[in-house]
Structure formats: C-alpha cells, structure tokens
Design a binder for this molecule. Structure first.
Ligand code: CTP
Ligand code: MG
Length: 337
C-alpha cells in the first residue's frame, strides 16, 4: 500500500528553485543554426522524393515542429503521398535505395515496426532523421502541441524539464515499457489545464472551431487562434518551480491510476470504465492511461507493463521527494539512473 501524501503542502521556499530550473530550460533550447540545418536536410530530401514521386511532399512533425524539441533531437519527417492504397513497405524500400545512392549514412528501413520508418543520418548537417509515410495524424497532433505551447510559456518550460528528467532517469523508452516524449507533453498539458485557476484552456472544447480536418476518418477540430489566448493563464501566478513540484506530486500521490484516464480533449474526468480500459486485452494492460487527443481509442500508456509501472511511479515519487526535501534538488533530480 502506498502512503497517501496527497495533502502535503509544497515547501515554503519552492519559488527559489525557479531560477535554477529556468537555467536548465534555457540550456536545452536548440540554437538557431539547428533549425537551419533541419530545413537544409528537409530541402535535400524533398528534391529526391519529388524526383521519384512528383505529387509527394514532406512534412516535419514531432519535436522539431511541435516546439518541445531540445537541441540535437532527431528530426521526424512524414512523406505524404496522395494515393491511399499504397504498399508502405514497398515505398520505404524504394526510398531507402534512393537515399543510399544519394550518400546518406546509416540508412535503415524498419518495415515491420508499428509505424514503419526509414532511419538515416545526413553526413552534411550531421542530423539524424526518421521518415514515415502518410502519418498525417502525427502532423496534426504536432500542430496541436505547438498551438498549446504558444498560450503560456510555462508549458514549454515545464515540458522541457519533465522531458529532460525522463531522459536522464531512463523513463523515456517505449520499448522498455516507459512513456514517449509525446505522452509526457500531454501529461503536462493536462496538468496545466487543471490548475486553479487554469493555465491552459481545452482547445478541443472551445465553442468556436477554427481548424478542422478529417484524417483517417477521424475528425480533428479545435480552436487554433491561440494568439487570442495569450492572457488565458495570467490569473494564475504559480512559478515554474511550483508547477514542476506539483506535476511530480500529482503523478506520485494524487492521480487515480485505477480509475481515470488523462485526456487533454475534455476538461471532464474521463473514466477507464467509459473507454473499456479496465481489463487487460492482449498485451494492453492500461496501467496508466493517457488518451491521444484525436485518435481517442489509442492509449499512449499501453506500452506500460506491470514492471515498468512500478519503475515509473517510483520515479515520480523520487522526484516529488527530492523537490520537497532536498536543499539543492536540481542536481539530484536529473542524476543519471
Ligand atoms: N506520435 C504519435 N503517437 C505516438 C507517439 C508519437 O502520434 N504514440 C507522434 C507525435 O506527433 C509526436 C511524434 O510522433 O510529436 C514524435 O514522438 P516522440 O518521439 O514521442 O516525441 P518528440 O516530440 O519527437 O520527442 P523527442 O524530443 O524525445 O524526440
Ligand atoms: Mg522525435
């Protein structure tokens, strides 16, 4: 049985940690030149692609386009082909051949993955890149994350710190049963939507829809004029340090893992029961449930198993304890595991 520490008050001097935490955040922001290198790579890839498939184009997604990218991240690229009835493996193998002849390094086609991709490294810019095909939902959810990041700077600040913590502590590895960066960012958005007063709105619940697209039979609709929401969170004066503490405290002691699903789509509480995520189906155990904002049948926590859930929860508790009790928590918090 876990001790309930739900009602613990935050340490009185918490705001003092904002300066060192923001220093870490700033050190993680990629320099301008990096963006230029990424665009250079995209341009050279696009030339090769259009040469073979004249109606195709490339889109960036993931951390290089959602504004949650730290420096030296891999670039995620989506090849968009008009024809829906394509054999993705065939296209990827063809593309791999083209890329190899164009002297890209470490070209690998992973055609059997859940999302088939090509991995490569560009010898000119030194940038590594993953290319997938027609993953338009990922392009759209990338835009949603980027739009949320515009509303209140405390979102990118919190999310960079959480991602940095997750990478340092080894809990950002989906193949080992821990969570993706994408899942962590959604957890941050959800957390900020539920502060009192809220720091972020729920864009998919806005009365006015300004962005709408149907992708893979899924309707993606929300209010995307985020420049009008710049003051949304201004009644909430919480410091970044308090939010970082609050985030870990929430996941360590307050989240109801047995019954609730984290969803940024709605401000209502979503129950596991309402989604039929209460039972184990195949490999999916739903031990921590994070709903994809558009593909709502997708639980980003489904990679988590009975061992890794323990690892995750212990890491949340460790982080909460360090932030609560250590005189100099910043170093300890990000200590390599
Ligand atoms: N994605 C998704 N569904 C998932 C995982 C990822 O749609 N289950 C898409 C999202 O668009 C996400 C992108 O793939 O933005 C990249 O995912 P991930 O590598 O988790 O996030 P990054 O933001 O690229 O993080 P990192 O900096 O760690 O590369
Ligand atoms: Mg990525």
């Amino acid at each position: 049985e876990r001790v309930s520490r739900k009602h613990i008050k935050c340490r009185a001097d918490i705001d003092m940690l904002t300066v060192p935490l923001l220093r870490i955040y700033e050190s993680l922001i990629p320099p301008k030149e990096e963006k230029e290198k990424q665009m250079q790579l995209l341009t050279s890839l696009e030339k090769l692609v259009v040469n073979e498939w004249p109606h195709a184009h490339l889109c960036l997604f993931g951390s290089c386009a959602n504004s949650f990218g730290v420096s030296n991240s891999d670039v995620d690229v989506c090849l968009v082909l008009r024809d829906a009835d394509i054999d993705k493996s065939e296209i990827l193998l063809k593309l791999a051949e083209i890329l190899q002849s164009a002297n890209f390094q470490n070209v690998q086609a992973l055609t059997r993955a859940r999302v088939p991709i090509i991995k490569l490294k560009d010898p000119v810019t030194g940038v590594s890149c993953d290319i997938c095909i027609n993953n338009v939902l990922a392009v759209v959810n990338t835009k949603l994350l980027r739009d949320y990041a515009q509303i209140d700077v405390r979102l990118p600040q919190l999310a960079f710190i959480v991602k940095h913590w997750a990478k340092s502590r080894g809990v950002n590895e989906t193949y080992q049963g821990t969570l993706s960066s994408y899942a962590y960012v959604l957890m941050c958005i959800h957390f900020l939507q539920h502060r009192d007063p809220p720091i972020l709105p729920c864009l998919q619940e806005a009365k006015i829809v300004t962005y709408q697209q149907i992708v893979d039979n899924i309707e993606c609709a929300y209010f995307d004029q985020v420049e009008k929401l710049k003051t949304f969170g201004s009644d909430n004066k919480e410091s970044v340090a308090r939010l970082v503490w609050g985030f870990f405290h929430y996941w360590a002691y307050c989240h109801d893992y047995a019954n609730t699903v984290v969803s940024v789509r709605t401000k209502n509480t979503v129950s596991k029961r309402s989604k039929d995520w209460t039972r184990r189906i195949g490999k999916d155990r739903h031990l921590i449930c994070i709903e994809d904002p558009f593909e709502t049948s997708h639980d980003l926590g489904r990679v988590v198993d009975k061992y890794s859930i323990k690892v995750l929860r212990e890491e949340f508790e460790r982080a909460a304890t360090i932030l609560q009790a250590y005189p100099n928590p910043c170093e300890k918090l990000f200590e390599p595991f």
